[in-house]
Ligand binder design. Structure first.
Ligand SMILES: Nc1ncnc2c1ncn2[C@@H]1O[C@H](COP(=O)(O)OP(=O)(O)OP(=O)(O)O)[C@@H](O)[C@H]1O
Ligand SMILES: [Mg+2]
Length: 395
């Protein structure tokens, strides 16, 4: 990466040397600072193309370090990547809110994750000319159901959490597009003002990747960022529909995983999103009517150009029936059921009421294990999809 400079700010010499060595091998010009304050001085003086820092600096609090860089015109736009010794969600949230572009945790995968990010920012040949051109799109995953009450929103939030837990360095966003009232905010305990209607009110120049990275909340106990749904019918009526596809497009460029709950709202807004989703996850409950309605919705989607290869069907046993109905569901819909979620008794409702993920509230339950396996499956599929279409900028 001839000519591009990266400043590493890390008070752990072994770590600094390790990353400096690998970045120099990639032809980056590496600057190093063993302390935060020295890092700030070098950043302002030399204005590198990127700053990589461990937020667990001893001489300056993480938030202050980030704010100082972000608030100074010389460094406000420099990509800022945290490469942290601290895997906890609290520091991650603080750093993302304060304005870092990516938060990586030091682990066996950190170097490859960092290289991926650098390639996204600088391109394989180091061109910064058109950032989006070289940017890998995130995976668009859509949860839907043919009928209400099948567990779509609960599973959407819970699998997003498992995905983020399995890959802490990935950027995961959940967006709730269910109208007239989205319920993910209720499930994760978010009560703030920022939601799809308020974001759609803003001019598009404002709602760029940085805006979402910095403003979207990370609900307590959940780790992913949330774009909450419409809180009431009155706001739903005011929703500027024509902004939705643009907002989702920005999310796809800004995040590694964009997980949408569209519930059963098949509409002019949701159809174009379904058509470009990488994975469509219909949640099918075990009653015959839901199974048959899923078939009707799917037949319609096929006429709209949606393909079978993008489907990842999930059977959710919302009631404690003895029989599983997996075979009936597969026969009627002609899907392969990829994951079956067991009946959780009152556990899911209890976890939802406490705004906790299943994997946190009932970590040893079968459902928690299944959610983790499902997240791993999605990660595997994501790799396959991205390997088959590494640069999808033309979509
Ligand atoms: N596997 C399960 N075991 C037990 N209860 C479940 C299960 N799946 C869902 N539920 C319960 O079903 C109810 C509906 O869940 P949820 O709101 O996630 O469904 P939905 O499909 O998003 O509903 P809506 O159509 O209202 O958006 C919740 O009370 C939830 O706790
Ligand atoms: Mg729902």
């Amino acid at each position: 990466m001839l000519g591009k400079s990266i400043l590493i700010v890390d008070d752990n010499p072994a770590s600094r040397i390790f990353f400096a060595y690998h970045l120099q091998k990639k032809q980056f010009n590496v600057l190093e600072a063993p302390m935060g304050k020295e890092g700030l001085i070098i950043a302002w003086r030399d204005q590198p193309d990127l700053i990589l820092f461990d937020p667990t600096l001893h001489d300056i609090p993480d938030q202050e370090f980030i704010h100082k860089l972000r608030n100074d015109p010389r460094t406000t736009k420099i990509p800022l990547i945290a490469l942290s010794t601290d895997p906890g969600p609290a520091r991650r949230e603080i750093c993302l809110k304060a304005g870092v572009d990516q938060y990586l945790v030091k682990s066996a995968r950190a170097l490859s994750a960092l290289e991926e990010i650098l390639e996204r920012i600088f391109g394989p040949e180091g061109s910064t000319g058109n950032e989006n051109k070289n940017k890998k799109r995130g995976l668009l995953i859509i949860f839907l159901s043919a009928k209400g009450g099948t567990g779509t929103s609960s599973l959407c939030a819970n699998v997003a959490m498992s995905l983020q837990e399995a890959q802490p360095q990935a950027r995961v966003v959940v967006a709730d597009l269910v109208l007239p009232i989205g319920s993910i905010g209720w499930i994760v305990g978010y009560k703030g003002e920022l939601n799809i209607t308020t974001v759609a009110e803003l001019p598009s120049e404002q709602t760029n990747a940085d805006y979402f990275h910095q403003k979207l909340p990370i609900p307590e106990s959940w780790q992913f960022q949330l774009l909450a749904g419409s809180p009431d019918p009155q706001q739903a009526n005011k929703l500027k529909e024509n902004r939705i596809s643009e907002i989702i497009e920005v999310l796809c460029l800004a995040y590694d995983f964009v997980i949408l709950d569209i519930g059963r709202s098949l509409s002019r807004i949701s159809l174009p999103l379904i058509q470009k989703a990488n994975l469509i996850i219909p949640i099918i409950s075990t009653d015959q009517s839901t199974i048959e309605m899923t078939k009707i919705v799917w037949d319609y989607l096929i006429t709209q150009g949606v393909e079978n290869k993008n489907i990842y069907a999930v059977l959710n046993r919302t009631v404690g029936l003895e029989e599983s109905r997996k075979l009936e569901a597969e026969k009627t819909t002609s899907f392969t059921i990829r994951t079956t979620i067991p009946f959780m008794g009152s556990n899911l409702t209890v976890a939802n009421n406490l705004n906790k993920p299943i994997t946190t509230k009932y970590p040893t339950s079968t459902a928690a294990m299944i959610l983790k396996g499902w997240a791993q499956d999605i990660l595997r599929l994501a790799e396959e999809i991205q390997a088959n279409s590494p640069k999808e900028s033309a979509r």
